[in-house]
Design a protein around this ligand. Sequence first.
Ligand code: ANZ
Ligand code: ZN
Length: 766
Amino acid sequence: MIYDHRKVEKKWQERWEKEKLYTPNLTNSKNKFYNLWMFPYPSAEGLHAGHAFASTGSDIYGRFMRMNGMNVFQPFGYDSFGIHSENYAIKINENPNEVVKRTTKHYEEQMRSMGHGYDWTKTVTTSDPDYYKWTQWLFIQMYKKGLAYKNKASVNFCPSCKTVLADEQVVSPSQAGKEPKDKDGKVVKDGKDLKVCERCGTLVLKKDLDQWFFKITDYADRLLEGLNKINWSERVKIAQKAWIGKSEGMIINFEVEGSKDTLSVFTTRPDTLDSATFIAKSSKELDTLEESKEKLGKFTGLYAINPINDRRLPIWETNYVEGSYGTGVIMGVPAYDESDMDFAKKYGIDIVEEDLNEILWKEIKDKGWGEKNTNYHLRDWLVSRQRYWGAPIPMVNCSKCGWQTVSEDELPILLPNISDYKPEGTGKGPLANHPDFYKTKCPKCNSDAIRETDVMDTFVDSSWYFLRYPSVGIENKPFDKEVTKKWLPVDLYFGGAEHSVLHLMYARFVTMVLSDLGLVSFEEPFPKFFAHGLMIKDGAKMSKSRGNVVNPDEYIEKYGADTLRLYVMFMGPMDGDPDFRDTGIEGMQRFTKRVWNLFHKPLIESEIKDQKILYKMHQTIIKVTKDIQEYKYNTAIAAIMEYVNVLTPLDKLNKESLMVLAKLLAPFAPHLTEELWIEILDQKGSVHITNWPRGIESYTKNETITIPVQVNGKLRGQIVVESSKLNSKDEILKLAKEDIKVAKWLKGGKVKKEIFILNKLINFVV
Ligand code: ANZ
Ligand code: ZN
């Protein structure tokens, strides 16, 4: 019989949905397991093989836990608001409202065709009013708690996306995976430390603009301390730590020569004070120069005095000192600091190297030159965007009362469907051209007032979506307290390490705020996070802009979802970066065929007697179990293949050996194994809710067994046999005959009969 994957996969997908196999009863949280994969941006026309890789990795774990008796909740959704979807819509010249309808539908079809165990009754689409209503509610809670404010600030601006960016969205060209471009789209070749837009790779400019911020800096210490309590991939924790950037040092005060002014600098190296040769202040003017790749300086004509040695230090203005970090002023120590060295060389400033002085910390304090001080690199989170495709910020500006929150029962403030949705880059978003949107009444005094026309950063949408899933369908609140208490926090969060400092930091922050508001009873939303690798094609990260995207659809059509799942999982460990090659998938198709054929051999109903098979079976169970727990799906599959190799030469197969095979393979190849389980092995319920097999530890060790040997019914000797060889009857009899004591009694006689009782006794009749 030929395996028809198209028919079989469709059949089980429909059956599972009808039988609600993956829709847990959320009122029952006994053995709950909330298994979450980061929801994707529906930014292009569909999913690529990288999504197939990551989502399958998450699904396997969920299936494994379900077979281990857990009540698994595994939802799916779409991070459909924001610049990703919007840029795509603009590129193909279509309204984002229309594009997102199409892309989310296509994503769903693709995800369903992968055969994942999603609960399709609980999906979240962040651009739906019944979701963003609550994103707006969240903004209001932030504002009421004093954690949202509007302020003029020097902010990052992408001239190509025509919007401001959060600090976290400004990255190096290699992090963006793009060649750096200037504002006219020309590739920039030279320059180190380039800062580009995460989305498009364009060099970021600085602009002074009035923007909304969330005060994440208030939570810096808690975000740092919380890292000690959670089980996350180490590299992600390190990235968060570095981003928060807690830095302990001193503020040292320098008198300005000929004036009463002092200049305060922040330094982590007071021990180098003796070698300081200049002072540098951040300069607004130099800083806002476009494409500030180089260190620029301007001498102010003033000098400061180094308190430790009275050296005169020229005061410079420069763009390499950040205005918003520390005091915005540094002491330049070229002998010990590379940046200062560059600058000093360029402008002919003295370079002096004195010995380091460890006691300076105390001396500086005792002499009153300075104080201990702690700084953080973390900045407040810039959440407003001058774009169209996002949740409108629910604030109203009244000329009499100032900023007011929209009343909560007025939510959602609907995003109007407009045709002029493209950003103009004027510092205002497209909604600012729509009086019917922004003209309103003040919620407090009812006089004429104006709505905020900026929309929210998409990272606000994704900062709380995991709270919504279990409460989908509940209309009068963002998340139900009881359901949340039962199902959260998330038990396993699966996602890309590229979100280390963006989404993962914001979600932790928002959860801490909600916990402070008494709305949730935990601080960390993701006690366990696993960072999967990124799929590579032809040596480069798979991405639309590189044109090396593999569409899983054609592979599912040709080889089936199970073969594709097995193939992408077999490519390498889950935290590696596997390289997709067309040729590999055919080998995997041969493997699924071999498994299929194996189940069509004659079955033996009785228990397994063949020790070799028994050993291999238990060893495989133990290996696969351990590997899945460690996300080493590739070696788990390799172990299953070995087991199949051992079974293949047999003419008849024990049913038990095949039942175990079906179970072990079920998380990886859910359709094939379901077909085999129900149609061939004739089992009643789904393989996906049977019990995971238990491996018996003793079979993994090469134990020895002592067997007594009789001659004519009298005990004459004994032999020691490795238990894995117990079923090799001829070998054991040979061993018995060669035993010196036994051989003595056999000598001269002729063996008429050999009695062999497995594991127990050998008797030679002579
Ligand atoms: C003298 C010195 C000597 C420094 C030396 C470093 C090495 P972190 O660890 O990141 O906090 N600095 C202080 N404020 C700055 C600003 N606004 N913009 C740019 N650089 C600034 O780094 C603290 C160090 O970065 C400070 O210690 C200061 O340089 C510089 F061998 O002071 B140091
Ligand atoms: Zn008013």
